[in-house]
Design a protein around this ligand. Structure first.
Ligand code: IPE
Ligand code: IPE
Ligand code: MG
Length: 244
């Protein structure tokens, strides 16, 4: 779709500032081809690279991709270990991968659930990209929004206990500032490929007024044109935030 296929000088008002993507459907993509589920994850990682770069090209300022949830550990151990291997090889090359695109890489989620080796790779990636000024890419790994909210509540409760905060200081802004996405705008648009109509513990607090676009495409099949389509659907929505 021509409207979104070239880099705008200034983001059009109808272009979302923050997009979230629930990268879903890798397993079904593989199953349809008689392949092991991990083959779907390998293919999904390719789509990830293409779509991240494309989001940056069209002028999205913040992109949050859901890569691994706090609930995904309950999958069969061979699938979890295949995913960890894939994350390792991906993070090794990611250090340079998005350099030319000036993309800032951040991880949201509980890093401590990963091996020390993976944690170091995540830290190194964040460190290398720290001075970049382009699109902010949040990669949600071992991310669960309920866990994120529980952490925020605990951190606020510690400050109330110590006297650093009073009960009257607790408001929506304070809670937002204790989430992994502190300082970032809430997502305007969340895209879920694979046709599932659910949020699966993704950005529960941040998505209070987010527009959802569900697409009947498995993530490994998701193309730039599908992102164009989601952006076009978003541009037609009327956001009222409870007003008229
Ligand atoms: C998303 O694809 C990748 C992860 C959750 C890690 P799935 O693996 O959930 O694929 P489906 O939903 O089973 O097809
Ligand atoms: C959500 O997908 C998590 C990621 C895409 C990383 P799931 O496949 O885990 O979600 P459910 O199980 O379909 O709700
Ligand atoms: Mg799934």
């Amino acid at each position: 779709m021509a409207l979104f296929s070239s880099k705008p000088k200034e983001a059009a008002p109808s272009l979302p500032v923050h997009v979230g993507i629930i990268m879903d459907g890798n397993g079904r993509w593989a199953k349809k081809r008689g392949l092991p589920r991990k083959a779907g994850h390998v293919e999904g990682a390719k789509t990830f690279r293409t779509i991240v770069r494309y989001c940056s090209e069209v002028g999205i300022k913040y992109l949050t991709v859901y890569a691994f949830s706090t609930e995904n550990w309950k999958r069969p151990s061979d699938e979890v270990s295949a995913l960890m291997k894939l994350f390792k090889s991906y993070l090794e090359e990611a250090i340079t991968d998005f350099r030319d695109d000036n993309i800032v890489i951040r991880f949201i989620g509980d890093k401590s659930g990963f091996s020390p080796e993976l944690q170091k790779l995540m830290d190194d990636n964040e460190e290398c990209a720290r001075d970049r000024s382009g699109m902010v890419l949040n990669i949600a790994m071992n991310y669960g929004s309920r866990d994120e909210i529980v952490r925020a509540v605990k951190s606020i409760s510690r400050d109330v206990k110590s006297g650093a905060l009073g009960e009257d200081d607790i408001n929506a802004e304070l809670i937002s500032s204790r989430l992994y996405t502190a300082g970032q705008p809430d997502p305007d648009l969340i895209i879920r490929p694979s046709g599932e109509y659910r949020i699966s513990n993704f950005m529960l607090w941040q998505s209070a007024y987010t527009e959802f676009v569900i697409m009947n495409k498995l993530w490994p099949d998701f193309k730039k044109s599908d992102l164009d389509e989601a952006l076009a659907i978003y541009a037609q929505r009327s956001r009222r935030y409870g007003g008229v």
